[in-house]
Structures are given as structure tokens and as C-alpha cells.
Design a protein around this ligand. Structure first.
Ligand SMILES: Cc1ncc(COP(=O)(O)O)c(C=O)c1O
Length: 315
């Protein structure tokens, strides 16, 4: 689905028109995938638009860059303020925010550490990533024939653009074969994560999720689920998960900014549990949406209110 453009994009501290946010084809990022990025949701809460876990996302962006020796010329706080202003200026309420930091134009060699780091923030409206029906009824997924990258090859803890070539292979294969999403195994053969989601498995009243050592992105929604499970008294183990555990699980579900909490109803055409959203996924979903909609108090301080719209004069 094509992006529904908004009016302005933030670039290195200034707002520019959406159509002017272009780069030269010889920019380093185009040949070498040298960018780090984020995906953040802004929810239209009862108290007005608010960005979910903004600081944690911007901190991960800075960390992703640090792993690649890309020092962002803006602090986490400056990036957070820019994201709020972006939503205000575009007069959006519920949207997806995409910060990107890339190695720009200059040296055309592989490392090009002197090239400028260009930072952009864009936002646009975006609905349920795996479909509204998937959120409710669950999705059919497969184990990919593509593995996630091995440790010490591409760093999985960095949300780097180049990593998403692997996600594309996993997602394209899955959708071409009629599944909603694919799950990558790590190179030892254990469950890693979906092409763009972390994964949880319920088995005998306990939840399991792969550890960071299984080549997973340290997901912010994963962290929310771990927090909510602690509060609910649901035991969770971060441990290596064999593929077959998904087939005999009571529940399996994806979590992520885009997918939010999406139940999985089958894996490789084997029905999971009752073949629909199970009680743990439903309970977590309910709490998650109560918090993101503002219908429950924000006890974790996960929402950053965007504030009042800026006047046209201050643009
Ligand atoms: C590969 C991958 N894993 C997991 C996630 C979930 O992370 P988060 O909850 O921070 O969005 C994402 C989404 O950004 C992702 O792209």
C-alpha cells in the first residue's frame, strides 16, 4: 500500500516539504544500506495524540547508529521534541513515525566515515500491519527457509536498514506462499523472530520468548509484554525455543510496533491451540489497547502527549 503523504518532513532540524525530502543516488546509503531507523506509533488517545514509548525508540535509534559508528548529530531528547513537533505540524493524530539516520553523499567507498549523517523524521497514517482481522482472529504463518543472520555477521540489536534485506526474503517467501508472515530461525535452528515482529509462545501456563542471543531485535513492544506479564503474574522465560514447540503450543503471538499484539492461529498449516486468539494474547491485547487508547491511566509513562498544534506562523 502506497504511503499517504503528509505535508512536512523534518530534516536535520528543519521542516521541509514532503516532496523535497530526496537524496542523491550516489549517497552512501543507496549502495551500502548504511542507515538506521525506527518505527513509532502515535495514538489518538482520549487525551489527544500521544507517541508511544518515544524516548525508548529514539534511544534505540541512537544505539543502532552507535553500533555502526554513526554518531547522530542530535540527542535523544532533541529527536523526541522533533517527533512531537512533526505530528503537530502535520496535524495528524494517529500515525506512524519513521525516523531515519543515513550516511549521505560524499565518499563512495565502503566505510565513508566522513560522509554526513542525515537525519529525517516522517509520519503518515497507517492501520493494522497484519490486517484488522488478523488482530482479532489471528494470522497464518510459516517458518521461513531463510535463516536470520548469524551472530557476529550483521548486528541484530541494531535496527539497521541492511537487516531488512533478510526480513524481505522472509516476508516475500511467506506472502508468495499464502501466509501472512514468516518466522526466521537463528543459525542454530532455534526460533528467532518474524520478519518485523518479536514472538511469544504460551505452553502449560508459561510464556516463552527467544533471548537476544537468538538474533532478535530488542523490541520495545516485547519489553511492554514482559512488563505486563510481570504485573499480571504470568511467568515468562527468555530461552531458546525449538521450532516444534510452536506446533504444540497453546498460543503463539507476534508483538511489535506495527503488528501490536497479533495472535497466530497456525504455523506451517498446523493449528496452534484452539486456532484463534488464546486467553493470554487476548488479555495482553486488551490491556495494551486500553493503555494506548488512553482509556486506562498511563501508569508506566509510555505515552508522550504531542501537545497543542503549532500555529501556521511558527512554521
Ligand atoms: C525485525 C523486527 N523485530 C521486532 C520488531 C518489534 O520491535 P518493536 O516492538 O520495537 O517495534 C520489529 C519492529 O520494529 C522488527 O522490525
Amino acid at each position: 500500500m502506497a504511503v499517504k503523504k503528509t505535508e512536512k518532513i523534518w530534516h536535520n532540524g528543519k521542516f521541509i516539504n514532503w516532496d523535497d525530502a530526496t537524496i542523491h543516488v550516489i549517497s552512501h546509503v543507496v549502495s551500502y544500506g548504511s542507515a538506521v531507523f525506527e518505527g513509532i506509533r502515535c495514538y489518538n488517545t482520549k487525551q489527544g495524540p500521544a507517541i508511544f514509548r518515544l524516548h525508548e525508540h529514539m534511544q534505540r535509534l541512537v544505539n543502532s547508529g552507535k553500533i555502526y559508528r554513526m554518531d547522530l548529530p542530535f540527542s535523544t531528547d532533541e529527536l523526541c521534541a522533533a517527533a512531537c513537533e512533526l505530528v503537530r505540524i502535520n496535524k495528524t493524530s494517529s500515525c506512524y513515525i519513521r525516523p531515519i539516520a543515513l550516511r549521505g553523499y560524499g565518499d563512495a567507498g565502503v566505510s565513508a566515515m566522513k560522509n554526513p549523517i542525515e537525519v529525517y523524521l516522517a509520519c503518515w497514517e497507517w492501520g493494522a500491519y497484519l490486517g484488522a482481522e488478523g488482530l482479532k482472529k489471528g494470522v497464518d504463518v510459516c517458518i521461513s527457509s531463510w535463516a536470520r543472520f548469524a551472530p557476529n555477521t550483521l548486528p541484530a540489536m541494531s535496527k539497521a536498514s541492511a537487516n531488512y534485506m533478510n526480513s524481505q526474503l522472509i516476508h516475500m517467501e511467506a506472502t508468495l506462499n499464502g501466509y501472512a508472515e514468516g518466522i526466521g530461525l537463528d543459525t542454530a535452528g532455534y526460533i528467532s523472530e518474524g520478519a518485523g515482529e518479536n514472538i511469544f509462545v504460551a505452553h502449560d501456563g508459561k510464556l516463552y520468548t527467544p533471548p537476544l542471543s537468538s538474533s532478535v531485535l530488542p523490541g520495545i513492544t516485547r519489553n511492554c509484554v514482559l512488563t505486563l506479564c510481570r504485573e499480571f503474574g504470568i511467568p515468562v522465560e527468555e530461552q531458546m525455543i525449538p521450532r516444534e514447540m510452536l506446533y504444540i503450543a497453546d498460543e503463539v503471538f507476534f508483538v511489535g510496533t506495527a503488528a501490536e499484539i497479533t495472535p497466530i492461529r497456525s504455523v506451517d498449516r498446523i493449528q496452534v491451540g484452539i486456532g484463534q486468539a488464546g486467553p493470554i494474547a487476548q488479555r495482553l491485547q486488551e490491556e495494551f489497547f486500553a493503555l494506548t487508547s488512553g482509556s486506562k491511566p498511563d501508569r508506566h509513562h509510555w505515552l508522550t502527549p504531542v501537545g497543542v498544534p503549532v500555529s501556521a506562523a511558527s512554521r
